[in-house]
Design a binder for this molecule. Structure first.
Ligand code: GDP
Ligand code: MN
Length: 381
């Protein structure tokens, strides 16, 4: 789950990380009032679940409350990486002497949380990592001990040479690790971590991603979810208890079981197509889940064909057939449908489909080939 910068900052502040104060506005007038309250130059920052806001015009300095109002009005009209800006964070501007990057990600290769630090922080950290990897220090953390003080110092020495700043940064790194590990993070990042002309070390940006599997036992963190900032189809899928990930292709896939869903996507690609999504309707599907799945998939204008791939075990294929028929009666499909089903109650399912003018296949390869051909107008292999 993604959270906003202002929410990540609230978490980081609880652990003692020095962060300038800030308040959230959803109108230009509110932004103006907050700027007046701070009584200094402020930064107005788009709150969207996307990085690179600075480059997209979503982070701007305002010298007066009137300017804050004008800039907030501009930023609130922006769409950054497909996400409309609904809120801005207004925060007193800091003077910057240097910008560093510090972050923690979960690394599959080492199966650990890995710290990353670079003195070349700011808006181009991806480029630094790609072109000058020697400027990025990576350090895996042993989960039994966490970030030890000597490791924090080692990382901090990579960023600064002034002892006061090294100590301040080491403390921030340990606070960041606690914020990450105690709140179920899969990512925690400060970019930029700045030094001010007075020599202080301050976090000006904050990013945090929470592992979805941690949310059940952390209701306070789960409450930070902002559905208005999420992809509408993913929100609907979550409410229907479907595991859904939107992709860019044109073959809509409705499958039971994560493994079969992955295999289906592989096969779509193998036959020259591109899946429009990953969707697992789960082991114990009922007709309502199928109705929701079809509604989500047909809501994607890229989808040119829909492929059902159901291997009935606990999932009853007649439940799936009923879901398909219910949906189509209410809302006739505008794209072709290919149904492959086999297993529990197959005969009943085939009968239900037949009575409603639909047919089913049993061979997975044939079904995928057909769906790909329909989606691509026969152009793929
Ligand atoms: P991002 O582009 O989405 O990562 O947004 P950031 O919050 O990191 O802001 C982008 C850039 O704006 C930073 O790297 C800074 O250079 C600049 N910036 C952000 N906050 C301040 C501030 O308080 N004062 C000044 N002078 N610049 C800032
Ligand atoms: Mn940033």
């Amino acid at each position: 789950m993604n959270i906003h910068e202002y929410q990540a900052k609230e978490i980081f502040r609880k652990y003692g990380i020095p962060i300038p104060p800030g308040e959230v506005a959803s109108t230009p007038e509110e932004a103006e009032a907050i700027a007046r309250k701070f009584g200094s130059t402020v930064v107005v920052k788009a709150q969207v679940h996307a990085g690179g806001r600075g480059k997209a015009g979503g982070v701007k300095l305002a010298k007066t409350p009137a300017e804050a109002k004008r800039i907030a009005a501009q930023i609130l009209k922006l769409t950054i990486k497909g996400l409309p800006v609904e809120k801005v964070l207004v925060t007193p501007a800091a003077d910057i002497a240097s910008e560093a990057y510090v972050g923690i990600i979960v690394d599959r290769a080492s199966k650990r949380a890995v710290f990353m630090a670079s003195a070349a922080g700011g808006i181009d950290i991806e480029e630094v990592a790609a072109k000058t990897p020697e400027k990025l220090l990576k350090h895996p953390i042993d989960p039994r001990y966490g970030l030890q003080p000597f490791e924090a110092m080692q990382l901090a020495f990579f960023l600064y040479s002034d002892m006061k700043q090294v100590r301040a940064a080491a403390k921030i790194l340990q606070q960041l690790y606690r914020a990450f590990s105690e709140n179920g993070g899969s990512l925690a990042e400060i970019n930029p971590l700045v030094t001010t002309p007075a020599g202080d070390v301050v976090a000006l940006d904050a990013k945090m991603v929470i592992d979805d599997n941690e949310l059940d036992r952390r209701p306070d963190i789960a409450a930070l979810r902002d559905e208005s900032a999420e992809d509408a189809s993913e929100v609907e899928a979550r409410k229907a208890n479907l595991t859904f990930i939107k992709l860019d292709g044109n073959v809509g896939c409705i499958v039971n079981g994560a493994g079969l869903a992955m295999a289906t996507m592989d096969l779509v690609k193998y036959y020259g197509g591109e899946p429009a999504n990953f969707l697992d309707i789960g082991g114990s599907s009922n007709p309502e889940k199928v109705v929701a799945a079809l509604r989500i998939i047909t809501g994607d204008p890229n989808v040119k064909a829909i492929l059902f791939n159901i291997f009935g075990g606990i999932t009853r294929t007649d439940d799936v057939a009923n879901g398909i028929v219910t949906t189509i009666k209410q809302n006739p499909l505008k794209v072709p449908l290919v149904i492959r089903l086999t297993g529990t109650n197959e005969e009943i399912a085939v009968k239900i489909l037949k009575e409603n003018g639909l047919s089913a296949m049993t061979d997975m390869d044939e079904a995928v080939k057909k769906a790909v051909a329909l989606a691509t107008g026969g152009k793929a292999a």
